[in-house]
Design a protein around this ligand. Structure first.
Ligand code: MTE
Ligand code: MO
Length: 252
């Protein structure tokens, strides 16, 4: 597109968006609409937000960053495969992305760092009653999903983690829908407060979503799977803690 063409296209989208914003935020739930916006390059964040009504979680300033971002849950996975990767500073790590996608991928950390990225300073709230403010940097999940091309039946994104729990050694896992996956603040984070993500906080890659509680933010992500239903996975409720009674949608 030439510049005037792009401006005209954006203007008509803006007008349409304005009309829709009147009363219909169902649009923000429409994955196809979000994908349409992502295909118009470059759509700036403010415009995309205005059009989709995808409210952002509050962002803070550097002065607000907590002196220590308290680690919680598992802080040093003992799974041998993970220990081996950690011993080599994750040089051999490959994020596997598969399931209901046209292009399954295996990505190194260097490849993940080359993806469209975002930084955000946000507050993390744990159900256990503590919170911390941290600065995260990571690859936006939305554009990454565009590359793997979810098949029409895909509805949820499942994160499979390295840490194993309990006597049955069950892996931690989590899931979100495609709307949440395309949100601007949904990241595969590889940095915390300007430094590589520490192991205690989920190295080499952890999920950030800023409109839900802490347990949704899977640490130690080894694989991402697109599915039409999470019922066949583990306890069938979409996450390790969900299988033990927590809400699947943990909105703050
Ligand atoms: N793989 C994995 N992800 C996890 C957890 C965990 O134990 N294992 N704990 C969850 C909970 S309850 C919280 S509050 C946050 C804690 O993140 P932090 O360790 O960076 O504080 O991670 C979430 N993601
Ligand atoms: Mo938590």
């Amino acid at each position: 597109m030439t510049d005037p063409e792009r401006r005209r296209a954006l203007k008509s989208l803006l007008l349409l968006g304005g009309a829709w914003l009147g009363g219909c935020d169902r649009l923000s739930r429409s994955d196809r609409f979000v994908r349409l916006l992502e295909s118009v390059e470059p759509v700036n964040e403010t415009l995309q937000r205005a059009l989709t009504g995808q409210a952002l979680a509050r962002e803070y300033t550097e002065a607000d960053i907590s002196p220590v971002f308290r680690p919680n849950g598992q802080t040093n996975p003992q799974n041998p495969e993970y220990r081996k990767l950690a011993a080599n500073h994750f040089a051999d790590y490959r994020l596997r992305i598969g399931g209901l996608v046209k292009n399954p991928m295996r990505l190194s950390l260097a490849e993940i760092r080359a993806l469209p990225a975002r930084s955000q300073i946000t507050r993390h709230d744990c159900v256990e009653g503590w919170s911390a403010i941290g600065q995260w940097r990571g690859a936006r999940l939305g554009p990454l999903l565009e590359r793997v091309e979810p098949l029409p039946g895909a509805r949820f994104v499942v994160f499979h983690c390295a840490d194993l729990w309990g006597p049955a050694q069950e892996p931690y896992y989590e899931s979100i829908d495609l709307d949440e996956a395309h949100h601007l603040q949904t990241l595969l984070a590889y940095e915390l407060n300007g430094a590589p993500l520490p192991i205690a906080n989920g190295a080499p890659l952890r999920l950030r979503l800023e409109r839900q509680l802490g347990y949704k933010m899977a640490k130690y992500i080894m694989a991402i799977e697109l599915v039409d239903s999470f019922a066949p996975i583990a306890g069938g409720r979409g996450g390790y803690w969900e299988d033990r009674g927590y809400e699947w949608y943990a909105g703050i």
